[in-house]
Design a protein around this ligand. Structure first.
Ligand code: SAM
Length: 285
């Protein structure tokens, strides 16, 4: 019979992960129903044979590269715990930086907000949790992702209406004060697609043409028809795509173009407003 500490120590040796101890503790916490801190406080705890067997089975999945979030079926985002599955992206911490940037904007009371390519519903639900008076719609073209986002909205009791829609094509006719999207933006053939967690995520959530910008170009072209005068577009993009996204926006008549950084200090999202009355300040920063 092994103690928790001995099991964790052996598990860490077997895991080819950037965070072996964290991964092993999360799996052991799931199996035992105990908190991660309890393994440090009482390292001599003994598991039952059944618990040890279940832990070894989960560990084998992690050794095979399966993301922890898929094994646990959930992922923390903002202040929320979201259900996740293989129909869409596992929400990333850096996407929280878009949520922060949106909350810092001076949007009207009762703002009408649209989250395109919502996946688990991460961005829409984080905004809804902070701004109960906002009218938030979310959309994804994957039926399974739509079902997942609806399940998360229901479980969290947050009022987000989720539509199945190929970008704007299946949405009710209305205009928005802000459209946000974390669209697919990885280049087809990018070597990172064969490494780590992304191997277990669908290409439909990740890849967007030869330069990764096909969906971003489409959204920048189509969004003005769906925005009020001076309405905002907020797009997540790759760390090396900020200049290209700013240039597309500037060429298309957008104003107040500004790129923000993620937790690692990399360019991660760009905001812009669309002035329907004519172009305003189109300086890219
Ligand atoms: C990078 S994931 C982002 C998921 C989520 N917003 C997040 O930040 O975690 C991109 C999402 O866009 C969706 N998507 C891809 N193409 C789409 C399209 N044509 N119309 C609507 N959604 C699309 C994918 O299904 C996927 O859920």
């Amino acid at each position: 019979m092994l103690t928790c500490e001995e099991l964790l120590r052996r598990a860490c040796q077997q895991l080819d992960s950037d965070t072996p101890r964290l991964d092993a503790e999360l799996l052991l916490a799931r199996v035992t129903g105990l908190s991660r801190t309890s393994f440090r406080a009482w390292p001599e705890q003994i598991l039952t044979d059944e618990q040890t067997g279940t832990f070894q089975a989960l560990l084998a999945r992690r050794r095979n590269g399966e993301p922890i979030a898929h094994i646990l079926g959930e992922q923390g985002f903002w202040t929320l715990t979201l259900k996740v599955n293989d129909s869409t992206l596992i929400p990333r911490p850096d996407t929280e930086c878009l949520v922060e940037a949106i909350l810092d904007l001076d949007l009207p009371d009762g703002a009408r907000v649209l989250d395109l390519g919502t996946g688990t519903g991460a961005i829409a639900l984080a905004l809804a949790s902070e701004k109960p008076d906002w009218q938030i719609l979310a959309a994804d073209n994957s039926p399974d992702a739509v079902a997942l986002a609806r399940e998360n909205a229901e479980a969290l009791q947050l009022p987000v209406a989720v539509f199945q829609s190929d970008w704007f094509t299946g949405l009710p006719a209305r205009t928005f004060d802000l459209i946000v999207s974390n669209p697919p933006y990885i280049e087809a053939g990018d070597e990172h697609l064969s490494r780590g967690d992304v191997r277990f995520e669908p290409a439909s959530a990740l890849v967007s043409g030869a330069d990764g910008l096909d969906d971003i170009r489409y959204l920048i072209a189509a969004a003005p028809d769906w925005l009020v005068n001076g309405g905002w577009l907020v797009l997540e993009h790759g760390y090396n795509q900020g200049a290209a996204v700013r240039a597309i926006l500037a060429r298309s008549g957008w104003a107040s173009i500004c790129t923000g950084r993620d937790y690692g200090g990399n360019d991660r999202y760009t905001l812009a407003r669309f002035p329907h009355g004519g172009s305003g300040d189109t300086d890219a920063q």
